[in-house]
Design a protein around this ligand. Sequence first.
Ligand code: GAP
Length: 440
Amino acid sequence: MAKMEDIVSLCKRRGFIWQGSDVYGGMAGTWDFGPLGVALKRRIMNTWWSYWVESRDDMYGVDAAIIMNPKTWEASGHTATFADPLVECNECHGRFRADKLVEGANESISTEEFKAKNAKCPTCGKVNWSDIRKFNMMFQTHVGPVDDDSSIAYLRPETAQGIFTNYKNVVDTIYPDLPFGLAQQGKAFRNEISPRDFVLRDRECEQMEIEYFINPSTWEENFKQLHDAYHKFLTEEMGLDANMIHDFEVAPEDRAHYSKHTIDIMFDYPNGQEELMGLAYRTDFDLMNIQKASNKSMEYIPKGGGERFVPHVIEPSIGVERLLLAVLSCAYKVEEKDGKKRTILALPENLAPYRFCVSPLLKNKPELVNKAREAYDLLRKKYGNVTWDDSGNIGKRYLKQDEIGTPKCVVVDFDSLEDDSVTIRDRDTTEQVRVKIAEL
Ligand code: GAP
């Protein structure tokens, strides 16, 4: 199993992920993606979009604004309840999430329960705590030039509400058959008390959410279909090891305020098991709240006749960064052969930042460089994500490409000038085969 520090180090060294605002000493809970990181992240997001939206007849996309009318968050319950239990150490004034300091605790832990556990402050080691207070995690801002209560707005803490608030627009314009899903990808912001574990708990993250609108009479069947499809997506499209994925049925007292049934899909991350994503039966909670707050009907008129009703919703919700870290955790490998170590990022071909790396055997031989450019242009045209590397010797190039996850290295040598063939070297097996340039 990969260690977190090895993944973090590779991400930094090779330009996948850096601490946000690194040059100024960083900004806790934020991360910047470098050239390889953004390539991997986009491939994950594009694969998700193509799998869940473009290749299904029952899914549609939306892309809502990040700053929404604050009524959204009143109606959804976030203004009142989207809060974590905050405690402050009276000695060093460090602030922490109380439920993360006590094993087995959840977000509803009380001051009495917390204090009875005598948890030590992770910073100074003392046991002298304030009472717990609820800390709302929404980032507040002001819209427009006036800085008073009437201009308060929030950065969205979930993309889901941008879907719910557009449900009526979609039904009124394209009137899809029920059941149907609306999908959205985009930034979400949470003022986490203790961001931690690399990109696992961030203050700014990206979500990929689906709200699947259904007739309540079929909720169990719809839930199961989405659940099964997600397991297939995670293993077959994202290359996650099925043995590292675990379903966890959330107890009623631990479920989010809107959910009647929740399965958290957990993943064995390098630092332990954590939630990768959630699947929740949100009932008609959100549409009913919007109907009440907006005075607009959220009812769906069944196409084949029958009574109109407010649809219920199944929500699969996943964070891009958590998925990306799971992908990296499965892909990271160190192999030892003949006393030599090789780090491999065995990413699935569809996710690798580069599909091919093309090199001339020697960079000071123009005839090799020209031939290699030919192969490079051909592959570029066909696949897009192809890189060129003529630095160092060929062995070093292979090691670098293995570490950034490039599945195939294409090398043009002197034989290529005679037979129009190239050597293709495989990242995972290191096997080499000769292939005609025209057949690449
Ligand atoms: N709309 C439902 C919702 O937002 P959630 O369980 O709070 O539910 C869904 O979040 C997913 O978003 C999580 O399973 C996780 O993958 C991701 N996520 C949530 N908070 C995150 C954070 N602070 N940093 C990174 N990812 C996060």
